[in-house]
Design a protein around this ligand. Structure first.
Ligand code: UDP
Ligand code: MG
Length: 642
């Protein structure tokens, strides 16, 4: 009967010092998988252990798992993520194996077992080992750093090819899955341009994920990512020009491992992830992130000198353009036309009223200048149109188009430039702004287009036929899906959700409809996400959408104003409320909150405190890496002529 029991419990689970001491006195050879609490024992070797156990059927062979965190004797193994197998005979350490190398593990078990038997049967001397293999983290980091500087390898990324940065995260590496995953990556037609093992320091992990700094999971993420070695890969795709960024995201599957298992069981995260935090793999969100991540891990990567066009392609960058309030409507159209004609893409756009405070914040270093009062007045007279413009050498190109900051000089020296063409009367302040440098551009873009979250929903009418298409569009448009849940909303939730419409004639129908089937609830994240998503959806009424915004989702997919396929929060404030309502603690909307939604279409006024806070907090986040916006706009009197 004991035999039976042994078969059932393949490995004795040891989780405290007492149990550990018990295991050590077990007669025979004990092979212990030392694991970290957060990643659990190595499951990769289970079938091997079972096979050995069955084949050898030896009473002197024992397997155990031991949690390093809770056993004093294993203190030095804490935080070491590589799978470690300790071989004990008569309470003494006789061998150590690092890494889930199955064939080697098998060989060592057989060898050590026969040695232990010799000791037991013939009273030979046991050969005890000391585990010297352990290095402290600092030493490992040093080694990794050394490795990096030593090979000084230049990563060649062909300009014509898109690439993405993939990470096999510490959980998968610790479980000994790296090689298996790498094989799958290659089998799937990805080309590995470079491959490196790397232990992120906490500081590096923080920097790498700084754009998630405000998320609840951030600290856990940083701890996890710096907990052990990762494999960093730069991937491209064999052959053609397909977009590897998206292909890789598709291959790894949804961030949330539950969702991955449900929706995309063949994806890597479904196979190797254990929870949303420990989801085994990373992929760059979009090509912009990919290039930043490439520079982060491989700062000395080089691109081959290709054709002129290839080289140009690599330098696609963004700049911030502002069209000040005094520019007449029709002139705005004309400016936009010239922008388009010059090969810029308008990647983000918003029209917004700035408060005095916001202008001061944006132009912090101009505040003391003589011209500031005029600039302030000009900036607050009406809505400003802010544009993020993308093209190669965007910053310089846009500056060239703008011409001299001094309006009079512009008119005399470069009459074809925009500042000369669109000067307003003899107004001393020029009417257009452009970022001074790429660093300024990124700060200024995040000032006007802070990263936001919005609640998006696929309504019951679109669930069956259009769900995949909508999800694809969400990703194509550069949104990150932060949360995703498919569920049928309760009447109570829907009523709370649409509280502000309670008195509308369509309210009952709306509630019926929203409860009639499952919805897909999502938290989307992007720069300016609230407005961006509403622009993707289009106007509430699909008939109107068809003329006003024929490419929008509602124009293309919705059947009528009630069954209009998608939902999106109407303001950053509402988005917070709705996310809480749908994903959070179902807390009631207050009266004030439900009154908040007074615009359903069009750009939101950034003058709300909420928005300002967001700008400020975003601004604050950026300070670490980029110094402050303050430093950024302090680029001399470019803004106004004086
Ligand atoms: N709705 C309707 N009839 C109307 C206006 C709205 O059936 O005349 C429905 C429609 O499904 C809409 C929802 O009520 O999406 C919420 O209305 P809102 O004005 O907030 O539009 P949204 O923000 O969804 O564009
Ligand atoms: Mg609404």
């Amino acid at each position: 009967m004991t035999a039976k029991k042994k078969e059932v419990t393949l490995q004795v689970s040891v989780i405290n010092q007492e149990q550990w001491e018990e295991v050590l006195v077990t007669k025979g050879l004990t092979v212990v998988d030392v694991y970290q609490h957060w990643c659990g024992p190595c499951r990769a070797v289970l079938s091997l252990l079972r096979k050995i156990k069955n084949e050898l059927g030896d009473d002197l062979l024992h397997f155990a798992t031991a949690e390093a965190d809770s056993i004093d004797a294993l203190e030095k193994y804490r935080g070491k993520c590589e799978p470690t197998f300790l071989f004990y005979g008569g309470g003494e350490l006789v061998a150590v194996l690092r890494g889930a190398n199955a064939p080697l593990l098998q060989r060592m078990i057989i060898e050590e077992l026969s040695k232990e038997k010799l000791v037991l049967e013939q009273g030979g001397e046991r050969k005890v080992v000391v585990d010297n293999g352990l290095m402290d983290d600092e030493k490992i980091e040093e080694e990794v750093a050394h490795l990096h500087s030593e090979d000084g390898e230049n990563i060649i990324v062909p300009a014509s090819k898109s690439y993405t940065v993939a990470i096999i995260k510490p959980d998968a590496v610790a479980h000994g899955k790296a090689n298996e995953i790498i094989m799958k990556i290659q089998d799937a037609g990805f080309e590995i341009l470079t491959h490196d093992e790397w232990i992120l320091t906490e500081v590096q992990a923080r920097e790498f994920y700084q754009h998630k700094g405000t998320e609840a999971c951030f600290e856990d993420l940083v701890q996890f990512m710096s907990s052990g070695p990762s494999h960093i890969l730069v991937l491209s795709q064999l052959g053609d020009s397909t977009n590897v960024v998206q292909a890789w995201l598709d291959f790894i599957g949804p961030t949330n491992t539950e969702e991955a298992k449900r929706e995309k069981p063949a994806s890597l995260r479904a196979q190797y992830g254990t929870q949303t935090l420990f989801n085994a793999l990373h992929g760059s969100e979009d090509s912009d992130r990919a290039s930043r991540e490439l520079a982060f891990f491989f700062p000395n990567f080089s691109t081959p000198s290709g054709t002129e066009q290839d080289v140009e392609e690599e330098r696609v960058e963004r700049t911030l353009a502002l069209i000040r309030p005094d520019v007449a409507r029709e002139n705005r159209e004309e400016i936009l036309a010239q922008i388009n004609k010059s090969g810029f893409k308008v990647s983000l756009q918003r029209e917004t009223m700035l408060t005095e405070e916001q202008v001061r914040q944006f132009y912090l270093h101009h505040v003391e200048e003589d011209y500031f009062p005029a600039l302030l007045q000009s900036m607050t007279r009406g809505p400003v149109l802010a544009l993020a413009l993308t093209r190669e050498h965007a910053v310089q190109h846009w500056k060239d188009m703008l011409g001299p900051a001094d309006v009079r000089r512009a008119q005399e020296e470069k009459p074809e430039c925009l500042r000369a063409q669109f000067a307003v009367g003899d107004h001393p302040v020029n009417q257009l702004h452009g970022s001074e440098s790429t660093e300024d551009a990124s700060r200024e873009i995040s000032f006007f287009f802070p990263v936001q979250q919005t609640l998006a929903m696929i309504k019951p009418d679109a669930m069956e036929e259009h769900k995949e298409k909508i999800l694809e569009e969400i990703r194509d448009r550069g949104f990150s899906i932060r949360r995703l849940e498919e569920k049928r909303l309760s009447r109570e939730t829907v009523e709370a959700f649409y509280k502000k419409h309670t008195d509308q004639p369509f309210f009952n129908q709306l509630v019926e409809f929203m409860c009639s089937g499952t919805c897909l609830m999502m938290v989307l994240e992007k720069e300016n996400a609230v407005e961006e998503w509403r622009a993707v959806m289009g106007p509430t009424d699909p008939d109107q959408a068809k003329t006003a915004s024929p490419n929008s989702l509602r124009a293309r997919l919705a059947s009528d104003i009630l069954h209009n396929s998608v939902h999106g929060s109407s303001s950053p404030h509402r988005s917070e409320e709705e996310i809480k309502l749908v994903f959070g603690d179902l807390s009631e909307l207050t009266e004030a909150d439900s009154l908040d939604e007074n615009t359903t279409e069009g750009p939101q006024d950034v003058s709300s405190d909420k928005h300002q806070q967001q700008c400020e907090s975003k601004h604050h986040q950026d300070e670490n890496r980029n110094q402050s916006l303050r430093a950024g706009v302090n680029e001399g009197p470019e803004e106004a002529s004086h």
